[in-house]
Structure formats: structure tokens, C-alpha cells
Design a protein around this ligand. Structure first.
Ligand SMILES: [Zn+2]
Length: 324
């Protein structure tokens, strides 16, 4: 689950009102002006993408999304979750796969969570992480299959792994991360959410991995037919700009960053330890986000084209980061 705040200008009106000097006549003070939100959309000119640049296999990404949904509901501790874990392991088994196990102490009880990390080495010193969560919400009816919320965020990173596999890489190493227990067990809060990434960010901070991460690129709910990626203010501005440049290079910028928002998602634990992060998410899923965390989150609300647009934008982002 994701928490979003839309009332931006109201929130930005801070308490920096000017003070009256002692002895002076109090005058009506002008209302403090809200700082206008500076979108990264300004000042980006599309650049030509070289022939042969990496592209997603959209048919496969879509096939993966269908297969993941075929496991049914996939909350931590469920049969669907266990089946999906076996599926993820089978897809990434030849990719230096690391299984990162961690304890979960949730309002619904204790569980063991597992993040999966596939590693594609590069020649440049540094790591780009491409991440998505594979669990679905815990306390929803079994009919909830999370085609978009959980399904698309599992399918796309694995389809990106397919593109990277077996290719020489002169750029940064790319790690594909499938995160567990992103969702709340009872009700989304600072403590009941993001279990897998809170654990992993702490681990990577301790072992020095975090300092090597050049960019943490998160994808979530990216299968919506009506693709409209939020400009997340909790994401690092310069990295947001690279993503917008990538989308513009591909002629897909109309799907990106028209709506400013603030998103709580798996990128936050890494942002807090100083890693550059971006969340690529469309939190307007159905009219007024009505399909989000609803049994209506099914494959017919998604499109292969949306997975293709986001997948190719992520790959172009990686190409641009390697040029920096
Ligand atoms: Zn969710």
C-alpha cells in the first residue's frame, strides 16, 4: 500500500511569517507565499536514443504479469506467496541470486520475509538497483489478486533481468531487487509497512553497499492502462530529471510527471540513508484510484503497452546514468 498526499500548496504554506519589530506599528502582514512546486519537466530536450539500445520484451513482461496473477492472492505467509517465491527463484537462478532473509514482527504475528536480489556485474564502480515488491496486501479477501499492485512490480523487474542477462556491461552493475512485505499487515503506518526494505537499507548501510548505489529505481503499479506516472516529491530531484529525460528520449513523456504527489513506498528507507531514489508509480488507478487495494485490481485494467513504456524508460534511465 501507498500513502499519497495531494494537498501540496496547503502543506507548503509554512510558518515563516515575518515578525513585527518591537516598537513599530503592527501592520497587516502579507500571507506567506507557498513555494511553487518545481517540476523536472521544465528544460528537458529529447535526445536521440542510439540504435541497439536495450529494450524490454513487452510480450514476456505481460506473460510474467499473467503468471504472477495466476498464483492468486500473495500476502506474506500464504500459499500464493510461497508459489511465487519458487517462481522468482526459477526465473533468476542463474543471475548470482542472493536470498536476503529477515524476521517480520507485525501486528498479525511473526513471519520470515525474503528479498531476492539478482546481480548483473558491470565494469564501472557502482550499482544501479531496479526494484519492485512481490507481496500483496495482507488483510484483503483472497479474491484480491493484485494484478497491478504486486503483479506488475514483480513482472517488470524480471523482464528487465531477461534483457540484462548474458550481455556485456561496460556500465554500472545492475541489481534486480524483488522486495517482500512492502504492504502493511493491519493498517499502513511508519511501523506497519516496508518491512523488507527497512531491513535491507539497514543491512546495506552497515556493510557499505549503500555507499556504492548510484541510483535506486523503484517501480510500483506501473501496469495501469491509463498510464500517468506521478512526480513523487519524495524522490531525488536530479534522478527524477534523468527519468524524465529518458521518457522524453523515447517520446513517452506525456505519461510522466503531470501530477505532483508525495509517495510512501519502498524507496523511502534508502532515501533516508542518503541513496538517490526515484519511485516510478501511477497512484491514480481507476477513477479516483478506486481499483487500488480492491478486488477490482485485475489484469483487464492493465496493458502490455504500459509495462513496455515503463520498462524501456527504466532501461534508458540506466543508459543515461552510465554516461554521467
Ligand atoms: Zn499496495
Amino acid at each position: 500500500m501507498i500513502v499519497a498526499a495531494l494537498a501540496l500548496s496547503a502543506m507548503l504554506a509554512g510558518c515563516n511569517g515575518s515578525q513585527t519589530q518591537p516598537g513599530s506599528n503592527p501592520q497587516p502582514q502579507p500571507q506567506p507565499q507557498a513555494t511553487p512546486f518545481q517540476s523536472v519537466r521544465d528544460g528537458v530536450t529529447p535526445q536521440p536514443v542510439p540504435v541497439g539500445a536495450l529494450k524490454i520484451n513487452a510480450d514476456k513482461a505481460w506473460q510474467y504479469n499473467k503468471e504472477v496473477v495466476g498464483f492468486g492472492s500473495r500476502p506474506v505467509g500464504s500459499e500464493g506467496h510461497a508459489k511465487l517465491e519458487a517462481w522468482i527463484k526459477s526465473k533468476l537462478k542463474n543471475d548470482n541470486l542472493e536470498v536476503d532473509e529477515f524476521p517480520i514482527d507485525s501486528p498479525a504475528g511473526k513471519f520470515t520475509g525474503r528479498n531476492y536480489i539478482a546481480k548483473f556485474p558491470g565494469k564501472k564502480d557502482g550499482i544501479i538497483v531496479i526494484a519492485g515488491h512481490y507481496d500483496t496486501v495482507y488483510n484483503l479477501p483472497k479474491a484480491f489478486v493484485g494484478a497491478n499492485d504486486g503483479g506488475s512490480s514483480t513482472a517488470l523487474p524480471i523482464a528487465i533481468a531477461d534483457v540484462l542477462r548474458g550481455k556485456p556491461n561496460d556500465g554500472y552493475s545492475v541489481w534486480i531487487l524483488l522486495t517482500d512485505a512492502e504492504e502493511a499487515f493491519q493498517k499502513w503506518s511508519a511501523t506497519d509497512s516496508l518491512y523488507g526494505t527497512k531491513h535491507l537499507a539497514e543491512k546495506w548501510k552497515q556493510d557499505g553497499t549503500a555507499a556504492k548505489i548510484k541510483a535506486f529505481i523503484l517501480v510500483d503499479m506501473i501496469g495501469d492502462k491509463d498510464l500517468d506516472i506521478d512526480e513523487d516529491r519524495n524522490s531525488t530531484p536530479w534522478l527524477r530529471k534523468v527519468v524524465y529525460q529518458a521518457a522524453s528520449d523515447l517520446g513517452e513523456q506525456s505519461h510522466f510527471f503531470v501530477r505532483p504527489n508525495e509517495i510512501e513506498d519502498d524507496h523511502l528507507p534508502f532515501a533516508r540513508i542518503g541513496v538517490p531514489v526515484v519511485d516510478i508509480i501511477d497512484i491514480d488507478y481507476g477513477y479516483n484510484n478506486v481499483f487500488h487495494h480492491s478486488v477490482e485490481d485485475t489484469l483487464d485494467k492493465e496493458s502490455e503497452k504500459s509495462l513496455e513504456i515503463v520498462g524501456n524508460t527504466v532501461l534508458e534511465t540506466v543508459r543515461l546514468l552510465n554516461q554521467q
